[in-house]
Design a protein around this ligand. Sequence first.
Ligand code: ZN
Length: 481
Amino acid sequence: MGAGAPYVRARRFWSAGVLTGHRRRRAWSVRRERARFETKRNGRPRPGAGHILHDAMFPPSRLTRPFHLPALLLSALAGGAAVSGCGGAGGNAGGQGSGDDGTIVVTADRLLDGRGGVLENHGVVVRDGRIAAIAPAAELPASGERLDYPGGAILPGLIDTHVHLDWHFGPDDRLARGAPAEVSAMRAVENGLNMLHAGFTTVQSLGSAVDGPVRDAVARGVVPGPRIITSLGQLSQNTGGAEELAAAVHRLADAGADAIKIFASESIRVGGGPTLSQDELDAACGAAAERGLRTLVHAHGPESAARASRAGCTTIEHGALLDQETLDLLAANGTYYDPNMHLIFVNYFENRDRYLGIGNYTEEGFEQMERGRVRAVETFRAALATPGLKIVFGTDAVAGAHGQNAREAVARVREGGQDPADVIVGLTSLAAESLGLAEEVGTLVPGFAADLIVVEGDPIARIEALHEVRLVMRDGRIHRR
Ligand SMILES: [Zn+2]
């Protein structure tokens, strides 16, 4: 974790070596990560703690048309006939829409490499699910299928480092709790499709046991969806003390968790104070590190975030109430920071009636969130001004928010004041780095997985372009065009 350069403020333009570069050697950690995707699991996932309502917030999908799962699955079964402009999803590498030799060439006015580099009038050559080359328009191969997007921009597939894949509204149109696993799993597939079609080709779900089989089905290619990374469960003060927390980490690791989610503070709806001691966080994040797993720590207040950073945990989630001293500590320790300053709040406000009266979604809790939102924007601005702080993109997408993830990116620019180029790095290469996938996705270079999207216009000039997705490709397969 945290080994890469702080790309967040970098402006690195491509060298000729990168443009014509050979397949990159992959770090062992990436091979392990891929092996995890490809390995069948026999263990039954056991969540470390019960279902916990937490701090997240969202409207009926208005920016992205929601998917109707039965139609899509029927389409996939029938051989991939297009539904709402969606290419087929199951099947073999190379997939639909590729030319005779399996090559696809994608061109657009500009290409954003995910690390701050911009190229004009270039194309991406995709073969066997990977980026084979990136070259000026005049030097692109004549063979293969050609997909031209004049006026568009090619970007790496977007990454959301914090979603809840299975959260959904039930038959009564209110937040579903305790839904049967098979219902939750199908809703997780549907939510995944909505995010994939919005340009998110990788999501980290923090996370439920049903995420595991969904992740594995997507990885097998039998169900379309984004690349899924999941914690399978969550640890909290309800898990027990240091010993019990460490034991729960090992159980989740045995069950196939890709990462460990830990609640170290209260919900912002009840104040955000610390709930785990330094010893407990040392034990939990230490056990995860032993198993080679990253740790994502829900921490609102300074005390809980500082403890997590000192314990060597990977990423602080939310952190709406952090002070400057704590932001500096995160930067110094290389702890990633995933502020969720917009979508979580507005989603709750827009779906208030669907949440109110359930758990700590009380009138008072909503008032706390109104205040919390203002504070979160202030904290975000302080974070932007903190040198060296690695700010990654995450939304905390819960029921109602899946597919609208890019609204967070727009708000980070329009309300938070972040440079659009930095938002895009946070959405791509830096997010990939925080997930241990820095040599696999999040950057457009030869050898990487062919996860890419095309949006209308230039998102650096107008960040709202991220809402106008024209093409979605994951692992070389077209899911939307
Ligand atoms: Zn969350």
